[in-house]
Design a protein around this ligand. Structure first.
Ligand code: AMP
Ligand code: ZN
Length: 500
C-alpha cells in the first residue's frame, strides 16, 4: 500500500513516514479516561483528535485495531504512588457507593459524550479491573528480569538500573539519567523506594481500601502506569504501531509504560508515540482539579459565566478541527461563535455543491484545474501529520467557488461534470467520514422556521415580563425547558439552545 502519510513521532521529535509493522494493518493504543467524574471538554478534545486520526487511517484503507482503555483502578490522587488514595475508591467512599457503580456511571457518561461528538467506538475498550491477572504477570516478569524490587508487599520499578542498562528512560520526555540521579524530591514512605524516581507497579492496600486483589506480594492493587502496558501487550502484542494520549501523559505515565514494557518484554511497545495538545480555557489549561473546566453539557446549554450562549456539538467539533492536534487550543466565547458560523458556512457550501448542475457549454480549464488542485491539497495536508486546519482552509476555498457558481457570479457551464462529481465525493468523504461532522437536525440559527417561532415565543415572554406577568413568563420558560430548549438571559438579549 503506497502511502504518503507522515506522522509526528514524539520519540524522535520528527515527522516520519508511516510504516506499519504488517502491511495494511495498524495497531493503535490510546490512553482512555479515568472514570471517577464527568469528562470535561479537555478530555473530549484528546479523544476527538484521535478519532480524526483513526478515521483518516480507516479512510486510507488500513485495517486497524484501535484499543482505548477505561481506567477504573490505580489512578491515584496527585499521581504519587504511595500514601495517596485511588481516585475511584475515594469517590466511592465519599458517595457511599461500590467502586464499580462509580466506574459504570462515568463510563456511560463518557460513552454518551463520545456519541454526541460523533466519535467512532474503538475496536476494544478494556478495563483495568478486568486485567488484574495480566498486570500481575507483568510485575512477575519485571521482577524476574531484575527491574523491580519488593518492599513490604509493594513492588517498585527500579528506574536507575533500567536507565543505566537500556538508555531509553527519558527518551519520550527528554529527561536524562543525570537528572534522575540528582532528583532529591521528598516522598512519603520514601524509605521503601531506592530512589525518588522509582514508581510502584504493585501497591499493598490496607484493609479499608475498597479495591484489592490477591497477589504473590500482598493483597493490593496495580500501579496506574501498569494497566496500559498490560492491556496494550494483551491486545496488540509486545510491539505495535501507534501509542497515543494527551501530551500531559508523556511523563510520568508514558515514560513509565515504555520502561515497564522493556522491563517485562525487553522491547519498546510502540513505533510511533503521538501526543495531542491541551485545551485551554481563556489561556489556562482546562483541568478539573484547578476548577478551570467546562463540562460539555455547560457548553451545549450555555450555562456558564464563561459563555454568552449554548453551542451545538458539531460547532464544537468544528472548533476543534480548526486547530492542529499538536497545537494548544484556547476556548473562548468569541472563538466558539466564529466556529459556529464556520460550521454553518461549511454545511451550506455542501448543500449548494449538491445543487449544482453543470452543462459543460464553455468549460473553463483554469477553474477546473483550480478545484482539482484544491482536492489534492486537502489530502496533502491530511497526509502531513493530520493537518486539519489547513485541509479545512482548502475546503473553504472550494466553498467560495461553489457559492460563486450557485450565485451565478461564475457560470455553471464552466464546470466539467466529472470535476463536479469528484468534488461532491471528496467534500462528502472528508467532511463527514474523516472530520466526523454531521448535519444537525435542530440547532440554534440553522432551522429558519424554528428560529422565527423561537423569536415569537421569546417576544411573548418578554412582553409578559414587561407587564410583570411572572406566572406567564415562568410558564413559557418551563414549557421550553420541557421541550429541551434552554433559555439564557444576557446583557445582549435572550439566547436559546437545544439541550443535547
Ligand atoms: P484522565 O481522565 O485524567 O486520565 O484524562 C483522559 C485524557 O484526557 C488524557 O489523555 C489526558 O491527557 C486528556 N486531557 C486532560 N486534560 C486535557 C486538556 N485540558 N486538553 C486536552 N486533553 C486533556
Ligand atoms: Zn495509559
Amino acid at each position: 500500500m503506497a502511502d504518503n502519510l507522515k506522522i509526528y513521532n514524539t520519540l524522535s521529535g520528527n515527522k516520519e513516514p508511516l510504516k506499519p509493522l504488517v502491511e495494511g494493518r495498524i495497531g493503535m493504543y490510546v490512553c482512555g479516561p479515568t472514570v471517577y467524574s464527568d469528562v470535561h471538554l479537555g478530555n473530549c478534545r484528546t479523544f476527538v483528535s484521535f478519532d480524526i486520526i483513526y478515521r483518516y487511517l480507516l479512510y486510507k484503507g488500513y485495517k486497524i485495531r484501535y484499543v482505548r482503555n477505561i481506567t477504573d483502578v490505580g489512578h491515584l490522587e496527585g499521581d504519587t504512588d504511595i500514601g495517596a488514595e485511588d481516585k475511584i475508591s475515594k469517590k466511592a467512599r465519599l458517595e457511599q457507593l461500590e467502586p464499580m457503580e462509580i466506574a459504570q456511571k462515568y463510563t456511560l457518561g463518557f460513552h454518551r459524550m463520545m456519541d454526541i461528538f460523533n466519535t467512532l467506538s474503538p475496536s476494544i475498550e478494556p478495563r483495568a479491573t478486568g486485567h488484574i491477572i495480566e498486570q500481575i504477570e507483568m510485575v512477575k516478569a519485571i521482577l524476574d528480569n531484575g527491574y523491580g524490587y519488593e518492599v513490604d508487599g509493594s513492588v517498585y520499578f527500579d528506574t536507575i538500573k533500567f536507565a543505566r542498562d537500556k538508555k531509553v528512560y527519558g527518551q519520550l520526555s527528554g529527561r536524562k539519567l543525570e537528572d534522575l540521579l540528582s532528583e532529591t524530591r521528598e516522598l512519603k514512605k520514601q524509605d521503601e523506594k531506592k530512589h525518588p524516581s522509582d514508581f510502584a507497579i504493585w501497591i499493598k492496600a490496607d484493609p479499608s481500601h475498597l479495591m484489592r486483589w490477591s497477589s504473590p506480594w500482598s493483597v493490593g492493587f496495580p500501579g496506574w502506569h501498569l494497566e496500559c502496558s498490560a492491556m496494550s501487550t494483551r491486545y496488540l502484542g509486545k510491539h505495535f504501531d501507534i501509542h497515543g494520549g494527551g501530551g500531559d501523559l508523556k511523563f510520568p505515565h508514558h515514560e513509565n509504560e515504555v520502561a515497564q514494557n522493556y522491563g517485562a518484554c525487553n522491547c519498546a511497545p510502540a513505533n510511533y508515540w503521538m501526543h495531542g495538545n491541551m485545551l485551554l480555557m481563556n489561556g489556562k489549561k482546562m483541568s478539573k482539579s484547578d476548577g478551570n473546566s467546562l463540562t460539555p453539557e455547560q457548553l451545549f446549554t450555555g450555562n456558564s459565566p464563561h459563555l454568552s450562549k449554548g453551542y451545538s456539538p458539531m460547532s464544537i467539533r468544528f472548533f476543534m478541527l480548526q486547530s492542529h492536534y499538536r497545537s494548544t487550543l484556547d476556548l473562548t466565547d468569541e472563538a466558539l461563535q466564529a466556529a459556529e458560523k464556520g460550521f454553518q458556512r461549511l454545511m451550506e457550501g455542501y448543500r449548494n455543491l449538491l445543487s449544482l448542475k453543470p452543462d459543460e457549454k464553455q468549460v473553463d480549464r483554469d477553474l477546473n484545474s483550480k478545484l482539482e488542485s484544491l482536492m489534492h491539497q486537502v489530502f496533502d495536508n491530511l497526509d502531513d501529520d493530520f493537518n486539519t486546519p489547513k485541509a479545512l482552509a482548502n475546503l473553504f476555498e472550494m466553498v467560495s467557488v461553489i457559492n460563486s457558481i450557485k450565485n451565478h457570479q461564475i457560470d455553471s457551464d464552466k464546470l466539467r461534470s466529472d470535476t463536479l462529481q469528484k468534488l461532491q465525493k471528496v467534500f462528502k468523504e472528508v467532511v463527514f467520514d474523516v472530520f466526523g461532522l454531521k448535519e444537525e437536525e435542530l440547532s440554534s440559527g440553522e432551522d429558519e422556521v424554528t428560529e422565527k417561532l423561537m423569536d415569537l415565543i421569546l417576544q411573548l415572554r418578554q412582553q409578559a415580563r414587561t407587564e410583570k406577568n411572572w406566572g406567564m413568563a415562568d410558564t413559557i420558560r418551563d414549557a421550553l425547558q420541557e421541550a429541551g430548549i434552554v433559555v439564557k438571559d444576557g446583557k445582549e438579549g435572550t439566547a436559546w439552545s437545544v439541550k443535547h
